[in-house]
Design a protein around this ligand. Structure first.
Ligand code: 99T
Length: 203
């Protein structure tokens, strides 16, 4: 299988962490792609019409996207139970959506600062995205700690990669303030071999 990825992408990192955690890392060839909404990559657009990474090309020629679909596929392929069945399933998927939502809001902040000319940037809009991130961190810190402390699942992986991305691109904003329990959980989670092996370039 061939994975279109970039080491700066928290979505691609989710996939890399799943590959490590489920011992499938040697089944995938990593193909690094540099792209943005203003500088699309033609080859990626042929595989994923949305022009985004990660995209996973299977040997049968089918390409899977987005990261949630790829991770669910890899989990089923390995039978690893990162997306459990039963009652914990819906909690796990909601937690994954929370981590992915943090990534989405953080990526909007990144693109606003990096892609939009300074005179067109809208601070209240950026602040509104950051508010979403802080609200999500507060919810994780107050309501999700017992789930985060449980067996490894897709929700934890998403949250771990999202927090790593905040450190990577938005360190100065200080997401840890007021989120002590979450910060302590992240310190332990980020020490996992799968997280260490998939570190962002400058993280
Ligand atoms: O939006 C684009 O045209 C190009 N951007 C991407 O491909 C980003 C790279 S993260 N990926 C996504 O937006 C994927 C989102 C999707 N819902 C998923 O796969 O889960 C780049 C991060 C950075 O450079 O800071």
């Amino acid at each position: 299988m061939k994975l279109a990825f970039n080491p700066a992408s928290p979505y691609a990192r989710k996939v890399a962490v799943v590959l490590h955690e489920t011992s499938q890392i040697d089944d995938v060839e990593f193909s690094e792609v540099v792209l943005s909404p203003l500088a699309p990559d033609a080859e990626t657009a042929q595989k994923n019409p949305l022009g985004k990474i990660p995209a996973l090309e299977r040997p049968d020629g089918v390409t899977l996207y987005d990261s949630r679909v790829i991770c669910a596929f890899l989990d089923e392929r390995a039978g690893s139970g990162l997306i459990p069945s039963g009652a914990r399933r819906w909690e796990t998927l909601t937690l994954e959506a929370t981590g992915d939502g943090i990534m989405d809001a953080a990526l909007l902040v990144t693109y606003e600062a990096r892609l939009r000319p300074a005179e067109l940037q809208m601070e209240p809009w950026t602040d509104a995205q950051w508010d979403k991130i802080m609200q999500a961190c507060t919810a994780l810190n107050t309501r999700w700690m017992s789930h985060l402390a449980g067996p490894l699942d897709m929700g934890q992986i998403s949250v771990g990669c999202a927090l790593a991305y905040l450190d990577f691109r938005h360190d100065a904003r200080g997401w840890r303030k007021g989120h002590d329990a979450l910060a302590a959980w992240y310190e332990t989670f980020s020490a996992r071999a799968s997280m260490q092996a998939s570190r962002s370039p400058e993280a």
